[in-house]
Design a protein around this ligand. Structure first.
Ligand SMILES: [Zn+2]
Length: 428
């Protein structure tokens, strides 16, 4: 099998820069293309990137469809569209203006509670819009307060800029820390806003459903849920204040002006291999040593703590936007976990359950085969070192709007994943 060599996913592609510290980066007039003839014309992703090197293009995503076919989504700044069109690639236009898409996400919503005077239960209107980081923190706190006997706030560690990496731990009838763990990480990549919203929808449904919904009750009685909806708080805040398309953390390093390490290339399994980069300017910069990003170090330690408690049954690292259930491994395309057939069966059932409400298609399989090779990622670590039964990543909606998923898709995206999770928890 011919492996795609995607060592530096984003290297050579420029990025827009803010004109001053306070200004937001503007993507007005950026046109987004999906290039469909990458292999046919360029051979592979790296060669495509070389051909784009003269443009200030931003690669948003790429996807390994088969050995013969890769698609790349790329944003071209105004003024360079003719230069891009001069290249011999076939491409469809995903968006005429990225700036319009960002505006169409809508303003960040206000946080409301169901009832201010009684219990501080968050209102379901939470899922009608995206929110500022401090409102997410309030949401977790209120949700915990409304479920006092079966939950606690948790903190896995501290980000590069000193913000706590927070979340919530939920448990059922067996009591605190009595069952194998379900461990969820959201917003590892800062710009993937839908991931924290969906993670929050899942914990919200568990909290409000535990008393009356037998499926929820049995899931929570069987597993301890540890959910960290925003594990990259520095990057997440930066996407709201400065650059909507920021991906990495906000870590600075000696001898470079480049900022940010890719938290999901900084885990120890497969560290530094294909699908990660040692170049601090790359969007997939792995760091120089496993766990030298404080966020990754915190997550590795937390996962190992859960392993010592009662083991990890299921880990899901939530991403967007490929609509794909990624099984281990990402760092190798030729080796697979021993239980891969069971995992594929569960992923197939999960994808089927996800499709039941809105017919949304989710592809599934080992990440290296169904998306692209990525080394030093969380799911491989949790599979190999933590010895979780299921070490997964799930790429949420959607394949046309990309990262700028309109706010009116938060709820349907959440509902379909809730359907998928209920299937998975009942059958794993
Ligand atoms: Zn991601």
């Amino acid at each position: 099998m011919k492996l795609l060599s995607i060592f530096c996913v984003f290297v050579g592609l420029g990025a827009a820069a803010p004109s001053s510290q306070q200004d937001k980066v503007s993507y007005d007039g950026y046109r987004v293309y999906r290039v469909t003839t990458v292999n046919e014309v360029a051979g592979d992703v790296a060669d495509f990137q070389l051909r784009m090197a003269g443009l200030s293009a931003i690669e948003l995503n790429h996807r390994h469809i088969s050995d013969e076919e890769t698609t790349i989504d790329i944003a071209i700044p105004p003024g360079q569209v003719d230069d891009f069109d001069a290249h011999p690639f076939s491409a469809t236009i995903l968006s005429e203006d990225l700036g319009v898409d960002i505006a169409a996400e809508g303003a960040l919503g206000n946080y409301q509670r169901l009832n201010e005077s009684d219990q501080k239960v968050p209102s379901p209107s939470w899922f009608d819009s995206y929110h500022a980081y401090e409102d997410h923190v309030q949401f977790w706190s209120d949700l915990q307060t409304s479920f006092p006997d079966n939950s606690e706030l948790i903190e896995a560690g501290v980000s590069f800029e000193g913000q706590p990496i927070q979340g919530i731990h939920l448990w059922g009838s067996g009591g605190r820390d009595s069952k194998p763990a379900v461990f969820f990480n959201g917003n590892v990549h800062a710009r993937e806003w839908i991931t924290s919203m969906v993670a929050e929808y899942l914990i919200y449904q568990i909290v409000i459903g535990y008393e009356n919904d037998a499926t929820v009750q049995s899931a929570l009685d069987n597993y301890d849920f540890y959910v960290l909806p925003v594990v990259n708080p520095d990057g997440f805040v930066y996407t709201q204040t400065t650059d909507r398309l920021w991906r990495k953390n906000r870590q600075t390093r000696d001898n470079t002006t480049e900022v940010g390490t890719d938290i999901n290339r900084n885990w120890s399994v497969g560290f530094g291999g294909e699908g990660s980069s040692l170049d601090p300017g790359s969007e997939t910069f792995s760091g120089y040593q496993p766990g030298d990003a404080p966020e990754t170090a915190a997550l590795m330690a937390y996962a190992l703590k859960l392993a010592d408690n009662n083991g990890v049954k299921l880990y899901i690292d939530w991403h967007s936007y490929a609509q794909t259930i990624l099984l281990s491994y990402g760092y190798t395309c030729t080796e697979f976990p021993d239980n891969i057939q069971d995992q594929i069966r569960l992923a197939a059932g999960t994808a089927q359950a996800i499709a039941q409400s809105y017919n949304t298609t989710f592809v599934y399989g080992p990440g290296c085969l169904v998306l692209y090779q990525s080394s030093g990622n969380g799911r491989d670590f949790v599979t190999d070192v933590v010895d979780a039964e299921l070490g997964w990543g799930i790429e949420l909606r959607d394949t046309s709007y990309g990262f700028m998923l309109p706010a009116n898709q938060i709820l349907p995206s959440s509902v379909e994943i809730w359907d998928g999770m209920k299937y998975l928890w009942a059958n794993m």
